[in-house]
Design a protein around this ligand. Sequence first.
Ligand code: DGL
Length: 267
Amino acid sequence: MIGIFDSGLGGLTAVKELHTLSPGEEIVYFGDTGRVPYGTRSESTIVKYAKQDTAFLLSQGVDAILIACGTVSTTALSTLKQICPVPIIGVVEPAAEAAVRATRNGRIAIIGTSATVRSHAFDREIARLAPNSSTLSVACPLFVPLVENGFTAPDCDITRLTCEHYLAPIRDFGADTLILGCTHYPLIAETIARVLPEVTLISAGAEAARRVVALRGIKPSPSSEIRYYVSDDPTLFTASASLFLGHDLAGQVEKIDIERYGYGIGT
Ligand code: DGL
């Protein structure tokens, strides 16, 4: 059984891909909806939250963890790797590898939260994999609140204007490949694609899910149950998640008290 976590809805982009490719994989999902967003917070707060999220998933008996959050993957992965007793996978390496495979002109852009852009983790990984490429990272702090509040329809004017604002430098940079370095962003991928129609979009969450399947193998049908937990009232999460996943999660999302889980792992 694998544990997957994010600050909220974004990690569902990994859940959806993993469940499609390996439907027999048992999943426990945690969305920290009581403390979203993570991406505007300090490194020490993100590390503290990530340790608690990991501790909760370990308490559920998972044998691996996927950090389906760009912010935590770029800011806390090395700390979590040192203390987590089961394999723990982040989104940076799989997404960077996919982008390097996809690019034709060597110009790769990354969009993510402020914490992700501040970390330069994607730029470093791309430079390591393809030293002749060039990168541009742009923080898009308004995207997560838009997604969490349901402004995801492709014809939503507010989201379109926000995309035009944030993505203009990427058009000027001439990127042919764009990493959606925050796992929330694929929920507005259609709007992003309309603003940057010639650009290949790489979903960090989906690439990480493919890495999990490569590492753990395909667990075929029968389809396993997925358990969903959040840290605040499940209503909004349930509605948005049902829409994104394409089936009704009513009554299947449980609220937990994440503060009960210690800053030490597994406590
Ligand atoms: N999905 C998280 C990420 O990939 C969201 C960050 C946030 O909560 O700000 O970075």
